[in-house]
Write a protein that binds this ligand. Structure first.
Ligand code: NI
Length: 179
């Protein structure tokens, strides 16, 4: 079992546009196993490859939040079947201890590929839909703190400054919501 350290906000890899996977090889399957095992060890809902320092379009979804058989997605593309939103608390393993209400779409259809390159589709609602949107954001260098209302950003930066893991070197960048 390989549990790897998770990159924290401030690390450049979390802000990069991740590359599409082109080789569905043993290396990819090792990455997916590392993502799943690291995710399981943390008890989180999802984990994206950039959080392990790998700038590829892959994420793992915890079996705890999906009753389907798909526990990872490669090269995901999201589709929204309606215009319904949801508000609810959200956190991120790369920003420990910070939980904020975050608006997301309620329903999502995610198309992508399995570890072996087979096309797969996940239809997600509620928490699963939230997780899929959060993890797909990671592949585009977007963090959930970027999706807060501008007036919440000062409080958010103060919370990060107080966090035990924050090294004080430079305050991590929080971007204005990309909506
Ligand atoms: Ni995250």
């Amino acid at each position: 079992m390989t549990v790897l350290p998770i990159r924290l906000i401030g690390d450049e890899v979390l802000r990069a546009q991740a590359e599409p996977v082109t080789d569905f090889d043993a290396e990819l399957r090792t990455l997916i196993a590392d993502l799943s095992e690291t995710l399981e060890a943390t008890g989180g809902a999802g984990l994206a490859a950039p959080q392990l320092g790998v700038s590829l379009r892959v994420f793992a979804i915890s079996p705890k939040i999906t009753d389907g058989e798909i526990h990872h997605l490669v090269n995901p593309v999201l589709d929204f079947p309606d215009s319904e939103d949801q508000d609810g608390p959200e956190g991120c393993l790369s920003i420990p201890g910070v939980y904020l209400d975050t608006r997301r779409r309620r329903n999502v259809i995610a198309k992508g590929f399995s570890a072996h390159g087979d096309p797969v589709q996940v239809v997600g609602e509620g928490l699963l839909a939230r997780c899929i949107q959060h993890e797909t954001d990671h592949l585009d260098g977007v963090l959930f703190v970027d999706r807060q209302r501008p007036e919440q950003r000062d409080r958010l930066l103060a919370t990060i400054r107080e966090a035990s893991w924050y090294d004080g070197a430079s305050l991590p960048e929080v971007r204005v919501s990309p909506h």
